[in-house]
Design a protein around this ligand. Structure first.
Ligand code: C2E
Ligand code: MG
Ligand code: MG
Ligand code: MG
Length: 293
């Protein structure tokens, strides 16, 4: 504790601070260029349901930088949120997802699939957010029911009533909502019954040690039970092993996302890999069957 405080204090006098400010300004400018020069790419990570189907994908942004290579969202989303660039970037994500949904609509193997997009609090709280979403859908001719919006508990810190009004308006048009990283934020369970949600996503921090940490297991099981009894779907995030999936399945989880099935991949890879995504689930089903004998 004292060590951490000491580190914080000394940072005020850190000669590197000016360099950090400059770096940040550089990054902001680079994000602007990235949008103009179309350097962002939307990767897709499959979502798998227990009936052995790929039900859809989560869209995860990457920045294909001309010299730095593939830059992950952890390196730029926070700065984009601070400087406001998250709004045009978020709109690019929405439009790209809607364009993909429209392309898939005419392909039998993909027509049923949903795409989930992450939306930042700052983007959601824009006065014209609902309009932006509906514009993106109609511009590309995508069905609203294919679009899922992932919100986080941080969005609920201010103006919960306003958040609910917007969600209800979009829901009325057919857009669905998932609560991302559920259990890691500060929101009250009271909101859960007021928000028009379709899905709770169990945060990967609970899934990671679900087999070895009884507290994580208790929380994951509680979220599954809560979702099931409230009539919501539940998706476990960050599933990396068959054993984690089987544990969650035994406790009533019905859908999964994680490296076990696939890392996020470019859309062409996604389209070419549907059968591969399902292999771990088929394997797990076989294992379960054998155990029952
Ligand atoms: P998230 O929405 O919770 O996304 C899940 C993250 O977990 C992704 O990281 C994904 O690649 C990673 N992941 C999935 N399965 C596994 C697994 O089995 N093991 C491990 N270790 N990790 C797994 P990614 O793509 O780096 O994104 C990080 C975060 O950045 C996202 O967390 C989301 O909060 C944010 N983000 C990504 N794309 C967007 C976007 O388009 N807009 C906004 N506002 N935020 C985004
Ligand atoms: Mg997400
Ligand atoms: Mg998450
Ligand atoms: Mg996260």
């Amino acid at each position: 504790q004292a060590k951490a405080a000491g580190r914080n204090t000394s940072r005020l006098f850190d000669p590197k601070t000016q360099a950090a400010v400059t770096l940040r300004a550089d990054l902001e400018a680079a994000l602007r260029t990235a949008l103009e020069e179309e350097q962002f790419v939307l990767y897709l990570q499959p979502q798998i349901s227990e009936d052995v189907r790929v039900t859809g994908a989560e869209a995860l942004i990457r920045w294909q930088h001309p010299t730095r290579g593939l830059v992950m969202p952890g390196e730029f989303i926070a700065v984009a949120e601070d400087c406001g660039m998250i709004v045009p970037i978020g709109n690019w994500v929405l439009n790209t997802a809607c364009k993909q949904l429209a392309l898939w609509a005419s392909q039998p193997a993909f027509a049923h699939m949903t795409i989930a997009v992450n939306v930042s609090a700052k983007q959601f709280h824009q006065h014209d957010f609902v309009e932006q979403v509906l514009d993106a859908l109609s511009r590309h001719g995508a069905h609203a029911s294919g679009l899922k919006i992932e919100i986080t508990e941080s969005m609920l810190i201010a103006n919960v009533d306003d958040v609910i009004v917007r969600m209800e308006e979009l829901q009325h048009h057919g857009v669905g909502f998932a609560m991302d990283d559920f259990g890691t934020g500060y929101s009250s369970l009271t909101y859960l019954k007021r928000l028009p949600l379709d899905v709770l996503k169990i945060d990967q921090s609970f899934v990671r040690d679900v087999l070895v940490d009884s507290n994580d297991a208790a929380i994951a099981n509680m979220i599954v039970a809560l979702a099931n009894s409230m009539g919501l779907s539940v998706i476990a995030e960050g599933v990396e092993t068959v054993e984690q999936m089987q544990h969650l399945a035994r406790h009533g989880c019905h859908a999964y996302q994680g490296y076990l099935f696939s890392k996020p991949v470019p859309v062409e890879r996604f389209e070419a890999s549907l059968a591969d995504f399902l292999k771990p689930l088929q394997q797990a089903a076989t294992l379960t069957h054998l155990k029952q004998l």
